[in-house]
Every structure is written in structure tokens, then in C-alpha cells.
Write a protein that binds this ligand. Structure first.
Ligand code: KDG
Ligand code: MG
Length: 402
């Protein structure tokens, strides 16, 4: 079996997506998600100019060798752009492999370890009152795990919160807009938010929160300690993960579970975190973390240390990534939870999906491969539109993490 061709499809049904389609001489093709929010074209160019020409003629079933060809074989390794390209190639090759065997992808990853995938949704409100209302409406829809983000008194823009009541979408058309941030206001506010949410909804619902990289290690340690009584499922990205050692301070002071790594792209971002048991959940998704081939290794390493997966699943990761993650989550033993931020309906005009939500869980059907397809004619109707994530400054103007 040989790869005969590949193409990159960039489309924007409501938001930008990059999809890699790999063709073979057997007539079977595979799809991989290559979307990197705000940097879509960089991945597309890397795939088109450097990867696709080197793929032609290879046997698509050699997923391990092809992965290492693009990782080990390349002198300038790692980084979000190239790892997203490798992820898309890997995903598409596993899609082909499973379709060739006429079986759903999860059967190649260990078979079924579970029937359905626990997911968490997002609830956000401009203030405590509206946030509580939103959490209630998510529970009514059947969700058993809810990520809670609220507007903070005295801060105009808060990560994860919409000002216009539309579903939250961080990238906006054009260049990045600037936001302002005040950590001390946030730290003073957050414990009281979770106190109120627990008071209203009790202890059965799983609650999560995303700090979005905005604390120093000692601030994160204080936060994790102060919210400990509210028993969060996890506190996400309490610090930027560049300094793995920074997580030691949080662990020393609190038993609040920690999830980290949606912006990571290699097992080497995780080695200290995993082997010193400084975290509880792996956030690095298939689309940015080297695809199935690499995440199988990260998950295996994590499982030795009782660390589970909790993959990133925001709307800027395409349905191809979500379906792949559902196969992965179905198969591995140390699955924890999957983020589920439903795509707008218009996205499903272009991507035909094979998963459905019921009673707090996502289930995937038994179609061969990953099971998602792309309607290229429809994709053409939604051309790429430049969009950027915000940038963030402290209130005195200092550049900060977004
Ligand atoms: O593109 C950036 C988003 O994917 C990110 O901000 C979402 O933090 C996020 C999350 O946890 O879903
Ligand atoms: Mg996050």
C-alpha cells in the first residue's frame, strides 16, 4: 500500500479549521486535524511545502517509522507548528490503517475499555449570579462535570467569559485585541465563587476551573489551597507550564487535583511533572501533541504514576480531533475526562460526525477508522478568515500571559 497524494483543506465554517487528507493507491483516504488556533496557515504551509512531498510513496501503515521520520529525522524539532503537522499526518495514517482493516480506530488501540466517555462542558457568566444560572442549565442538559468561569469584579475581560451572551470563542477576526488582567482581584474572588456554586448545587456535580496560565507558582499554591474545601475535579493550567519545577510548590501546599498541558506538544514537556507526580491529568491533545503514536506513549508513562488523561477539546480543535480523542479515550485504561465544547451547527455542514452526547457522556459509533468525513464542496463555501487569540497585559501595561 502506498501514499499517492495529500492535500490541506483550510476552511472557516464559523471558525478556521485545517484538515489534512492523505490518499492511497487502495482508494482509501485518511483525515487528520491540523488546526492551530490563530496560526492555521503556518501549519498548512509546513505540511504543503515540507511534509507532503516526503510522504508520497511511503506505506501509510508504517505509522511508527513515519512519525520518527518527521520528528527524529528533522533537525529543528518540536514546537507547536511542526508538532501539529506531525499530529495531522499521524491521525490520518491511523485513520487509513483502521479503514483498511474495516474496523473502528479504538480496536487498534486496545479495544473497548469503556462504553462511553465522561465529558465536561463550560458554564460562564458575567457575574456570580449568571454563572450559577448557567451551571444549572448545563446540569439540566445532563452534564455531570462543569467547568466554571465567571466575570470578576473590577476586571473587564476574563478568560472564558463572553460579554455578549454568545458561546465563548476566544479568537476574533483580524489582529489580536488586548485585554487587561489583575491577579490579586482574581485570587480574592475565586474561592467565594466556588463556595456559592457548591452551596447551590451540592457535592455530586464535578466542578472544574481553568486558571489559563495566570498565576505564579506561589499564587497558584494559595489558590489551590483556598479552593480545597470545594473539592474540584481539577484546577487547570494554574501556572504556565514552561517551568515544570513550579508545580512543586503547588503540590506542597494543596491536594486540589491539577491538569496541565493544552499548549504542550511533547512528552519532554511532561517528564518532571509525571515522574514527580506533580499533576493529575494530561491535557495535551492528539492534534497538538504528536497524534496517536505519541500520546499512546505519554498516556502509558502517565499511567505508571496514576495520572489520567483529560484532553483539551475546545471548539478550535476540529471534529476530526474530537472523534480521534473519543477512540483513544475508549481504548486506554487511564482515561479521566474529555473536554467537550460543542461546535456550532454550521461546522457539521462541513464535517460529518459519528459521535453523540447523552446523559453527560459522548459515545462514538462503530464506523471504520476515525469515522469523521469532510464535505469538500461545502468547505469551499467557507474560505479562511484571519482570526487571532487575544494578548494580555497587567493593568499597568506589562505584557502577561493570556
Ligand atoms: O485556542 C485557545 C483555546 O483552545 C483555549 O483558550 C481553550 O483553555 C482552553 C480550554 O481549556 O478549553
Ligand atoms: Mg484551558
Amino acid at each position: 500500500m502506498k501514499i499517492t497524494d495529500a492535500k490541506v483543506i483550510v476552511c472557516s465554517p464559523g471558525r478556521n479549521f485545517v484538515t489534512l487528507k492523505i490518499f492511497t493507491d487502495s482508494g482509501i483516504y485518511g483525515l487528520g486535524d491540523a488546526t492551530l488556533n490563530g496560526m492555521e496557515k503556518a501549519v498548512a504551509v509546513y505540511l504543503e511545502n515540507y511534509c507532503i512531498p516526503a510522504l508520497i510513496g511511503r506505506d501509510p501503515r508504517n505509522t511508527e517509522d513515519i512519525w520518527h521520520y518527521f520528528y527524529r529525522g528533522v533537525y529543528w524539532k518540536r514546537g507547536s507548528v511542526s508538532m501539529t503537522a506531525i499530529s495531522a499526518i499521524d491521525m490520518a495514517l491511523w485513520d487509513i490503517k483502521a479503514k483498511t482493516l474495516n474496523t473502528p480506530l479504538y480496536n487498534l488501540l486496545g479495544g473497548r475499555s469503556r462504553d462511553r466517555i465522561l465529558v465536561y462542558c463550560h458554564a460562564n457568566g458575567k457575574d456570580v449570579e449568571e454563572t450559577i444560572e448557567k451551571v444549572g442549565s448545563k446540569i439540566e442538559k445532563g452534564f455531570r462535570a462543569v467547568r466554571v468561569q465567571s466575570g470578576i469584579p473590577g476586571i473587564q475581560h476574563t478568560y472564558g467569559v463572553t460579554l455578549d451572551n454568545k458561546p465563548y470563542e476566544p479568537a476574533t477576526r483580524g489582529l489580536a485585541h488586548e485585554e487587561y488582567w489583575d491577579t490579586s482581584k482574581y485570587l480574592n474572588f475565586l474561592p467565594s465563587l466556588f463556595g456559592k456554586v457548591r452551596e447551590v448545587f451540592g457535592d455530586d456535580i464535578h466542578l472544574l476551573h481553568d486558571v489559563h496560565h495566570r498565576c505564579t507558582p506561589v499564587e497558584a499554591a494559595r489558590l489551590a489551597k483556598e479552593i480545597e474545601p470545594f473539592h474540584l475535579f481539577w484546577l487547570e493550567d494554574p501556572v504556565t507550564g514552561e517551568l515544570q519545577e513550579g508545580l512543586r510548590l503547588i503540590r506542597k501546599h494543596s491536594t486540589t487535583p491539577i491538569a496541565i498541558g493544552e499548549v504542550f506538544n511533547s512528552v519532554y514537556d511532561y517528564t518532571t511533572l509525571i515522574t514527580e507526580q506533580l499533576i493529575d491529568y494530561i491535557r495535551m491533545p492528539l492534534v497538538h501533541g504528536g497524534g496517536i503514536t505519541h500520546l499512546l506513549k505519554v498516556a502509558a508513562m502517565a499511567s505508571v504514576y496514576h495520572i489520567n488523561t483529560g484532553f483539551h477539546g475546545a471548539t478550535d480543535l476540529s471534529p476530526v480531533n474530537l472523534a480521534s480523542a473519543l477512540h483513544f479515550n475508549t481504548a486506554i485504561n487511564n482515561f479521566g475526562i474529555q473536554e467537550y465544547m460543542p461546535h456550532q451547527e454550521i461546522v457539521h455542514d462541513v464535517f460529518k460526525i459519528n459521535y453523540s452526547f447523552n446523559d453527560g457522556y459522548l459515545s462514538i459509533d462503530d464506523s471504520p477508522g476515525i469515522g469523521v468525513d469532510i464535505d469538500e464542496k461545502k468547505a469551499l463555501k467557507f474560505p479562511y478568515e484571519k482570526a487571532s487569540l487575544p494578548v494580555n497585559r497587567k493593568t499597568d501595561g506589562t505584557m502577561f500571559y493570556w
